[in-house]
Design a protein around this ligand. Structure first.
Ligand SMILES: [Mn+2]
Length: 324
């Protein structure tokens, strides 16, 4: 039986932040819009408090999330040697294993873990985990409101990007009145959600669309019509001049087929098969992903599986068909 894990009180988080000047902010590998938006949003808020935040992430910030980033932010490559900053804040990451090699630095530092994954393992010295929050960005927004931190226009834009990204622009089941109210407030503070919409969904590269076309031409439906899946292999990426960074959102095309409960997308990477799951109404895809060593949210999850593409597809589909 799992021990009960308790969050720190907001006052303790406020004390932790008040006591330090410098903060190292870390996000997970393959940073998504919520990760980048909440890191950037928190960094602007900390700067507003006169603090000195430094953000470390792995890949360059994708074009679609660039609007969250202004020149004043200090961005480091998390795969390089990181500065000796004693206080670390980790966002949107269910466990240290999501942090890649940067996880190694945590032991010698004081770590505040802020997240919304229900499988978060409370790896921080301080923990603030709210699975009911649609996005890590929403937790940062709530903290700012609770603690009376001033949210400037840049922070508003970054936090709106985070929330809109993790709710699929209010289309996913995690959209609730809190997310709507927060984004309304962030719009009043200067976030332009039309611009965010264009950034997230209106910048498709032609080669990425050709890649998608190859995948969609292979859609298979099984499990009495409740499971839909497709794959992309290395040859697809090579032929279209793309990489797996160009497949953002593809899994939704499988999930959005009429009558389908779960959509699955397989991507052949250089060292593994990356599997993305999205479900509609009832299937807890985080549990299925966890049985293959991954994790995520009940309606959006993923895992990386070693092995041959065809074998991985068969194993995963067999497992999913047992649950629909
Ligand atoms: Mn998130």
């Amino acid at each position: 039986m799992q021990e009960t894990r308790l969050n720190n009180k907001i006052a303790e988080i406020a004390d932790f932040i008040a006591a330090e000047e410098e903060f190292l902010l870390l996000g997970h590998e393959d940073a998504d819009g919520d990760c980048i938006g909440s890191l950037a949003g928190l960094a602007y808020l900390l700067k507003g408090l006169g603090k000195n935040p430094v953000i470390a992430i792995y890949q360059p910030v994708p074009e679609m999330f660039q609007l969250a980033i202004a020149d004043e932010l200090q961005l480091l490559d998390a795969s390089e040697q990181l500065p000796e900053i004693a206080s670390v804040i980790v966002l949107d990451s269910s466990g240290q294993d999501r942090l890649g090699p940067a996880a190694d630095i945590l032991e010698s530092r004081t770590v505040l873990n802020i997240d919304h994954h229900e499988d978060n393992d409370f790896f921080g010295d301080l923990n603030y985990v709210r699975p009911e929050a649609a996005a890590a960005g929403l937790i940062i927004y709530d903290l700012a409101v609770s603690l009376g931190w001033k949210i400037n226009e840049k922070a508003a834009r970054a936090l709106a990007l985070a929330i809109l990204s993790d709710t699929g622009f209010f289309r996913y089941s995690n959209t609730d009145t809190q997310t709507l109210a927060a984004v309304q407030e962030l719009m009043d503070l200067g976030a332009d959600i039309h611009r965010i919409n264009r950034a997230l969904y209106g910048q498709n590269k032609p080669e990425a669309m050709r890649l998608l076309g190859r995948g969609l031409s292979r859609i298979e439906v099984c499990g009495q019509g409740k499971v839909a899946y497709f794959y992309l292999d290395r040859e697809d990426y090579r032929t279209t001049g793309t990489t797996s960074r160009d497949n953002e959102g593809f899994v939704n095309f499988a999930r959005n087929i009429s009558g389908v409960e779960v959509g699955i997308f397989f991507s052949e990477e250089s060292d593994c098969i990356k599997v993305s799951f999205r479900s509609n109404d009832y299937l807890r895809v985080n549990d299925i992903a966890a049985s293959f060593g991954g994790g995520g949210h009940p309606r959006a999850a993923g895992c990386k599986v070693a092995g041959d593409l065809e074998r991985v597809i068969n194993e995963v589909i067999n497992e999913v068909e047992k649950h629909v």
